[in-house]
Design a protein around this ligand. Structure first.
Ligand SMILES: C[S@@+](CC[C@H](N)C(=O)[O-])C[C@H]1O[C@@H](n2cnc3c(N)ncnc32)[C@H](O)[C@@H]1O
Length: 425
C-alpha cells in the first residue's frame, strides 16, 4: 500500500477531503493511505512550539527545523524511507509528469509550510524536492498537498476502476482533452454534436482528436511544442491557424543619433536583403523601408528592381521572391495608410525596444493579437526611436532577452528573432 504522509500543524484538515468518492473507496480497498502527521507531536517544549521569529528581522514567523526533521526521521524509520516533498511557491511547478513520476514511490511525505514558510535548513537537511501548485501564494501547503495526492493517487493502477481511463485525459497525452456530452441530447436548444450520436467510432475518434488539438491551440498553444503529434495532426493544425496579419516597417526617420539629435539614417544593403528574406520566410504581409530622403529611396529602389526585374531576377529567383513584399515609403503614415487600404482598418502600431521598462505586450500576446487585427511592428535604426514614435504606438513589444548582459543586436537579427518568437505560438 502506498503511504502519503502529510506533515502539518492542521492534521484535522485531512479528515474530509479523502472521505468521499472514488479516492475514499481506493483507500478502503487498501490502494493507498493518507497519513496526516501533526508536527506538534515532534516538539520538545510544553507549548508544543512549531514556529519562531526570523533571524535578521522581517515580518512573519517561520516553521522551525527541528520538529519537521524529527517527524521525517520517524517516518523514514517506520516506513523504510520516504521521498520528502516541500510544498513551496518557489518550487518547480507541479505537472502531470510529476504525478506520473511520483506515483512510483511507496512512501511520499508532503511538508506543509505555514506563515512565511519553513526554516531553510528544512530544505537542506530533509527535502528531496520542492513543488509549487502554481504561481500564487496560499496560506499553507495543506491544500497544495491535497491536490498533489489526488493527482498522484488516481494514477495508481486500479484506483479509478478502468485502468485505461486516465490515458486520454488532458495533460496525460500532452494535449487538452476534447469536450464531453451526456444525456439529454438537447437541452434548452443546445444540442450534442451530431457526430457523437452517429455510432461511427472512427469518425468520433477523429472528431475528438481534432477538438482536442483545436482546444489546445486556443488555450495552451505552448503544449503543442512538446505534444506527440502525427503528420495528420500537424496538417489539421495548419488548417486551424488563423493567419497572422503582420507588417514590418524599418524606420530611418525620425531616429536619434548618438547625441540624441533627430536624424535620418542611411538605408543599408544588408537591412534591405536580410529583413526582406526574414519577412518572406515568416509570411509577413509587407516589409516597408521608410525614409523621407528621395535619393536614398532611389538607391534602394534600384537594388530592389535589380532583383525583381533586372539580371538578379534570373540569377537568383529566391531573392526575387524575398523582395516581392518589400516596399519603399516616404513616411510611417504612408505605410499605415497602405495597410488601412488593404485591411480596411488601421493597424495596431507596435514599437520595438531594447528596454524592458516600456514593454506592454509579450510575444505570445503579440501572436494572438496579430491573428485578430493587422499589426505593424516598427523597428528602428541609428540610436533608437524618438519619443514621438513611442507616443504614436499602441503597444511596445517585450525586448529579446538573451543569455548575457549584452543587449545590442543588429536590427536585422532583432527582426529575425522577434518574428521567430511571435510565430512560434
Ligand atoms: C504564505 S506561504 C509562504 C510564502 C513565502 N513567504 C514566499 O513568498 O515564497 C506559506 C506556505 O504555504 C505553502 N504554499 C503557498 N503557496 C504555495 C504554492 N503555490 N504551492 C505550494 N505550496 C504553497 C508553502 O508550504 C508555504 O511555505
Amino acid at each position: 500500500m502506498k503511504k502519503y504522509n502529510i506533515l502539518t500543524i492542521f492534521p484535522d484538515m485531512f479528515r474530509d477531503p479523502f472521505a468521499l468518492g472514488v479516492l475514499s473507496k481506493a483507500i478502503d480497498s487498501g490502494f493507498f493511505q493518507v497519513n496526516p502527521v501533526d508536527v506538534r507531536d515532534y516538539t520538545a517544549d510544553k507549548h508544543r512550539t512549531t514556529d519562531d521569529y526570523q533571524y535578521g528581522g522581517g515580518q512573519g514567523l517561520l516553521m522551525k527545523v527541528e520538529p519537521i526533521h524529527k517527524a521525517v526521521e520517524d517516518i523514514k524509520q517506520k516506513q523504510g524511507g520516504t521521498r520528502v516533498i516541500l510544498m513551496d511557491p518557489r518550487g518547480k511547478r507541479f505537472t502531470q509528469e510529476d504525478a506520473e513520476r511520483l506515483k512510483e514511490y511507496d512512501s511520499l511525505t508532503f511538508v506543509c509550510g505555514r506563515y512565511e514558510g519553513v526554516d531553510e535548513r528544512v530544505v537542506d537537511l530533509v527535502v528531496d524536492e520542492s513543488l509549487s501548485l502554481g504561481d500564487f501564494v496560499l496560506t499553507g501547503g495543506e491544500f497544495a498537498s491535497m491536490v498533489m495526492v489526488d493527482a498522484i493517487a488516481r494514477l495508481l493502477p486500479g484506483v479509478l476502476g478502468d485502468e485505461n481511463s486516465p490515458l486520454e485525459e488532458s495533460h496525460q497525452s500532452g494535449l487538452l482533452e476534447h469536450p464531453h456530452y451526456t444525456r439529454p441530447a438537447e437541452y434548452e436548444g443546445a444540442e450534442v454534436p451530431e457526430i457523437l450520436l452517429s455510432g461511427n467510432h472512427g469518425a468520433i475518434d477523429k472528431w475528438r482528436r481534432e477538438k482536442s488539438l483545436a482546444l489546445t491551440k486556443k488555450c495552451r498553444p505552448d503544449m503543442l511544442k512538446t505534444a506527440n503529434l502525427s503528420d495528420e495532426d500537424k496538417i489539421y493544425l495548419d488548417t486551424l491557424g488563423k493567419k497572422k496579419k503582420i507588417y514590418v516597417a524599418l524606420l530611418h526617420y525620425p531616429m536619434k543619433d548618438k547625441e540624441k539629435e533627430n536624424v535620418a539614417t542611411s538605408i543599408t544593403n544588408m537591412d534591405l536583403h536580410d529583413i526582406s528574406r526574414s519577412c518572406t520566410t515568416y509570411d509577413v504581409k509587407k516589409y516597408y523601408v521608410v525614409t523621407p530622403l528621395k535619393a536614398k529611396r532611389e538607391i534602394a529602389s534600384r537594388v530592389i528592381k535589380h532583383w525583381l526585374e533586372g539580371y538578379g531576377a534570373t540569377y537568383n529567383v529566391n531573392r526575387k521572391q524575398a523582395f516581392g513584399g518589400t516596399h519603399l515609403m516616404d513616411g510611417l503614415l504612408d505605410a499605415i495608410a497602405d495597410i488601412e487600404k488593404e485591411e480596411g482598418v488601421r493597424p495596431v502600431i507596435v514599437a520595438t525596444t531594447a528596454r524592458d521598462s516600456r514593454a506592454n505586450i509579450d510575444f505570445q500576446e503579440m501572436s494572438a493579437l496579430s491573428e485578430d487585427k493587422p499589426c505593424l511592428i516598427i523597428f528602428g535604426t541609428g540610436w533608437g526611436f524618438t519619443e514621438d514614435i513611442f507616443k504614436m504606438s499602441d503597444r511596445v513589444l517585450k525586448p529579446i532577452d538573451g543569455a548575457g548582459n549584452f543587449n545590442h543586436l543588429s536590427v536585422r537579427s532583432a527582426v529575425a528573432i522577434i518574428l521567430d518568437r511571435i510565430y512560434s505560438f
